[in-house]
Design a protein around this ligand. Structure first.
Ligand code: SF4
Ligand code: SF4
Length: 353
């Protein structure tokens, strides 16, 4: 069955507006994208100074900044102070990042809201700030800031043959994150309401590690920045026994395997965690769909019947050509601008409307 089949497509990671995929199929459009004519590199500096490179730099910058206190060991305090000032200006961003980590400075809106709710507080300010950011900038923070998005992007970077599931399979897989979000919201609301009523003891005891923030045990940012650093790690062969189940609980092993899977699978399926699992991303998408800033296509330049390069390079596997030219209102768009960088006709535009 064609719909169920998966296909592999070649995505160039070189210069912007690079070559087309060798093979690419979209259900209601031509079987093969037309190869754009070879382009002469008129500006070699463009290989370094371009949107894709800028995004990588911003991603690394924020990856370090999110756990900025770790920098105090190597750099002057002024660097950490910069991130603390940043945090004072924007304490939460629509990403996933826990504030409980030893070195954490910036937190994810979803992480904070869960904790505020389960403490019996309605997260007015966190929710308000999140909605404002998402309705203006869309899910740009997912594309440029989130540490888990960054990890997946860098894991996918060396692979030129990425796999894109068919639209039907992709649609089914995307439902997973909605189911996870419903479960997380249900447990969060349950704990929050019982805390407000003063009857939370039994439910908290029953929910154990899921009580404070139901998604945390499977939140890769929480595992990486809170669970992993808090373990006692062996520092020589003589205390390798610290890795045994008596010292490192099986749950921690499971969590680390999950994070390793996110990295490994991203090599073939870019941003698979964001596309199929992350409940925060799905939640953010509700508010980002009609964001002020978005992606559009210039109908005078776009040639959708013979080209699908934008879709092939999209890490979120969005069927860009199915959206109206004026504005692509997709809840999944993370504003990474890869489609814009690779379009051979310069047909993808940034829209402000
Ligand atoms: S969807 Fe991806 S980038 Fe967005 S918050 Fe979730 S993990 Fe981060
Ligand atoms: S549509 Fe373009 S900007 Fe949006 S996620 Fe896909 S490649 Fe990135």
């Amino acid at each position: 069955m064609a719909e169920e089949s998966e296909r592999s497509e070649i995505i160039e990671e070189g210069e912007e507006q690079s070559e087309s995929p060798e093979e690419s199929v979209v259900d209601d459009v031509p079987e093969k994208a037309e190869k754009p004519k070879g382009r002469k590199i008129s500006n070699p500096l463009g290989l370094i100074f371009n949107t894709r490179m800028l995004r990588r730099v911003v991603q690394i910058f924020f990856f370090l900044g999110i756990n900025a206190y770790i920098l105090t060991a190597w750099f002057p305090e002024a660097i950490t102070q910069f991130w603390v000032d940043f945090r004072n200006l924007l304490p939460t961003l629509p990403i996933i990042a826990p504030l409980e980590g030893e070195f954490s400075v910036i937190a994810g809106s979803f992480d904070v809201m869960q904790r505020e709710f389960t403490s019996g507080i309605f997260p007015f300010f966190t929710l308000g700030a999140m909605v404002i950011i998402l309705t203006i900038l869309g899910r740009s923070a997912c594309g440029w800031v989130c540490p888990i998005g960054t990890i997946q992007d860098f894991a996918a970077l060396p692979n030129r043959e990425k796999i894109r599931p068919s639209p039907g399979t992709e649609k089914e897989l995307r439902r997973l994150k909605a189911y996870i979000l419903v479960l997380v919201l249900f447990f969060t609301a349950w704990v929050g309401i019982t805390v407000a009523l003063g009857t939370s003891e039994a439910i908290k005891e029953a929910m154990n590690i899921f009580a404070d923030a139901a998604f945390d045990p499977f939140n890769p940012a929480y595992i990486l920045f809170v669970v992993v650093p808090s373990q006692q790690w062996p520092d020589s062969f003589s205390n390798l026994w610290l890795l045994g189940f008596n010292y490192m609980p099986p749950m921690v092993w499971l969590q680390m395997i999950f994070v390793a899977l996110i990295v490994i699978v991203s090599y073939w399926f870019p941003r698979w965690f964001c596309r199929w699992i992350c409940p925060a991303g799905w939640f953010y998408g509700i508010f980002s769909r009609d964001a002020l800033i978005g992606i559009g296509r210039n109908p005078a330049r776009c040639t959708p019947d013979v080209c699908n390069i934008c879709e092939v390079v999209c890490p979120m596997n969005i069927r860009i050509r199915r959206f109206p030219y004026q504005h692509m209102h997709s809840a999944d768009c993370i504003m990474c601008l890869d489609c814009r960088s690779h379009c051979p006709n310069k047909a993808i535009t940034l829209r402000f409307s």
